[in-house]
Design a protein. Sequence first.
Length: 678
Amino acid sequence: MTEPVLKVRDLTVDFPGTPDRVPVVRGVSFDVHANEVLCIVGESGSGKSVTALAITGLLPASARVGGAVRVKDTDVIGADAEVLRRMRGRDVGFVFQDPSTTLNPVLPVGRQMTEGQVALGLLAKRDAAARAVELLREVDVANPEGRVGQYPHEFSGGMRQRAVIGMAMAGRPGLIIADEPTTALDVTVQAQVLGVLAKRQKDTGAAVVLITHDLGVVAEVADRVAVMYGGRIVETGQVDQIFAQPRHPYTAALLHSIPRMDMTDRRLDPIPGQPPSPASLPKGCAFEPRCSVGNGRPKCLSEDPALRIVDDASASACHYWRDTPTAAAPAEVREISRNVPDQPPLLEIRDLKVHFPVRRGILQRVTGHVRAVEGVNLTVHAGETVSLVGESGCGKTTTGKAVMGLTRATAGDILLNQQSILGLSASGMRNARRNMQYIFQDPFSSLNPVKTVEDIVAEPLHIHGLYDEAGGAKRIAELFDMVGLSPSMFGRYPAEFSGGQKQRIGIARALVLQPRLLILDEPVAALDVSIQAQILNLLEDLQKELNLGYLFIAHNLSVVRHISDRVAVMYLGRIVEESDRDTLYDAPVHPYTQSLMSAAPIPDPVEGRRRQRIVLEGEVPDPAAPPPGCAFAPRCFRATEICRSAPPPFERYGKTESRAACYHAGPLEQVEQKATGT
């Protein structure tokens, strides 16, 4: 075998702490060869990103790094700043999670893509503009000649990430490190970005280290997988082997905790507890407190297992790797809501429109309107979960905020308990909100950092003058117990809690007024897969116990299939398809829905290779200037002349309960394929 592009041996990283230094990476070793993709997976705090930064010499001066890292001919640890600068320009390309923090907002994108090569003398300044156009074209950015002089804010999120990939690949480096490059992206944009990354890797023969927590992405792109926990690699092996027969209980637990589009009614099996803090690791195996295999065995409590070869394809750091479960345990079937036809809906949205004015010039005159929501009709019954899905900017969150009165509706009506809530006074809207509450995506930003969590949860009761009537501190303690927290935490502040715990606090606050409707806006998007499973199970249990109605807003299609009773798909402010969960997932009829389903990653390497993929071209149109006819027509693989001239009606498809807004609605296999890629 040829020499690896990247060789890591016994890498250690620690940071200053109190009283001792904190070990964040503990003896990590691996190789990556040319034309190989190694995916590093694990929960937040496992040491994945710190490992990547150590490989590239980007850690702060306070970090103490040990072991050996070799990139091609460069020994990274101990190298001076100039050697590292040249290595990063010639041999390594780094793609960070958030392209907005990578790109300078005051410089044109084209200039930023080539400035590193110019600074290293690898590209003449006079050739930089032409090279930038070429790089944008290579990463599939439309109209590169027009885009090269634009600034980052003029690019969409997917375009920014593709530009960063082009920047990382500008010098044709032998190693690409991508740290969560698709985490914040929609499934369609994620598919585009992964396709660009794969294409560029194939063209250059680069070795790739991809850091991600999305096991569907791992199954789709990885050759080998390294699973990290507590600052160590606990399992490594070929991707097919990892998914088919994991050799470490932590790997198996991760696979069991994720919602899957092909296992809809299985209750999720979350990993109990929280990942360990690097400052307080257990004495023996770091995973033992959460492990179902170790279960208090003396060897696990006292001896940290070494990573060793266990068969031809895998290495595991587990004393009892032979006991690792390979399949999810049987679980109770989740009941799907079946509402009585004459039961009135809890929430009814009628022809809702939300337009925002576009103002230009010194006088800020209105020159147009952004049509964020354009004629949405939707109902939610008690005990039912209705999900809104679609790409960023389609109007999902605006719809939810309009229901809560956080965004003013332009037209239409919203009925709660059969009473219109539009046009209510401030006090009237405050009373209406007792029956509906909003749970936000980022639990930290929605919690007041200077209040204790007891005060945060009790605040709605104080606002409505109900604290004593509701039972005071006893009621808050009951809610903490209901969401799986201890009343002993009352005096703590949000910063002292993990992400999953903060989301539980947000749920407790939403329930304190005993509402009938919850609007959940990406409530698990910012959480690790294991914590995500805990929150989803909690939401299901609360709905069953309290008969709550959920309007669930998300872009993760696996999560949506797991939790939903009905699903509505939005595109550019309109619902383009709506049906019960199983019908929509098993037989979608709108080409946009079919594209979303085909783009969603599946945590199964074998199934992922077999299925058909529809890769959408282009970007979502500007909602301030939507195209005539069907808004999806410019990206649709079925579009005909009628699609471009008149909007299709939203009507029932065939004899099913599905409704779709498409002139050519139908199962994918019955329509001539014009997909741009498979």
